[in-house]
Structures are given as C-alpha cells and as structure tokens.
Design a protein around this ligand. Sequence first.
Ligand SMILES: [Zn+2]
Length: 177
Amino acid sequence: MTAASEEVHAYRYCPVCAASLVTAIVGERDRLTCPAGHWTHWDNPLPVLAGLVEYAGKIFLARNAAWPEKTYSLITGFMERGETPEQGVARELKEETNLDAGEIGLIGAYEFIRKNELIIAYHIQATGEIKLSEELLEYRLVAPEKLRPWRTGTGYAMADWLRARGLPVDFLDWPSA
Ligand SMILES: [Zn+2]
C-alpha cells in the first residue's frame, strides 16, 4: 500500500456535516466524498520547496535527524500561505541553516508521487554563518563536480543543475530521501 492511499483512509467524516464519507467517482476517479455533496477529498499533491544551496563554491547537503546515517539531501519544506516559492525556500534556508539567500534560480519541478508531493527545486546562492536547526543533525559541503545525485525528485533536480553547468552526472545506485 502506498503512503498516498494510507493518507486517503485517514479521512473518514465530512468536515461540514460529519456524515461518513463514501467512495464515489468524482472527476473520473474514485474519491472519498460526502454523500450529501458537501466535501470531496481531492487528495491533490502538495508542493514542497527544495533548495540546492551553494555556499562558498560548494553545495550544502544536510542530514535530517529522522534519516539513517550517511543520508544527505537538499533543504526542503512546505510553503506558508501568502509567500512566493522563492520567499518560502529562502525562509526554510534561514530556519534550517541560518544562512541568507542571495540569488535564487528555478531548477525545475519534479514528481514525488510516493509521498503525493510535487517538488519545486531552486538553486540558492547563500551567505552567512551555518547554524543547524534541531531538525538537522549534520551537514556536508561538497564540490559540485563531486556530487552524486540519487534517483528521486531532489536528486533529479541536482542532476539537472549539474547538466546545466556542463558537469558529469553520476547517479548513486541506491535511492535516498
Ligand atoms: Zn457533508
């Protein structure tokens, strides 16, 4: 069972009238919906911002406290209401690393179907002094030519950024976060 379908089953009652939701075809797909038509669980993917952070000529990779050893990835986070994606990724950078975003450039949008998310990835030129939040355990600064992307959304963003710079793309054999 995928994470997305588990998520669907977490919704049981209509938020308007508290009737039990039923499965019905809405918009050409099976969805959980209120029998009185108040509410449908559309289950659309949620946008996630990712930052490929360049700091002093190197790429900043961080290990989340919840991840296994040697698992490093980009800075990621959800958008807040009322902010642009560029503001959001700069805010996440500040919260998680204390670094300040300078130039921010879009790398691209990437699927993360397993978590029902859409990754919007940016390259960020960052300055300041690194102070990790409690969410992050440790970090590495890697020379761009030594980066090894992984075969999920944020890794594909890294690969596209490397390609755009004319650098070789040498994927890791194992998936990462
Ligand atoms: Zn209802």
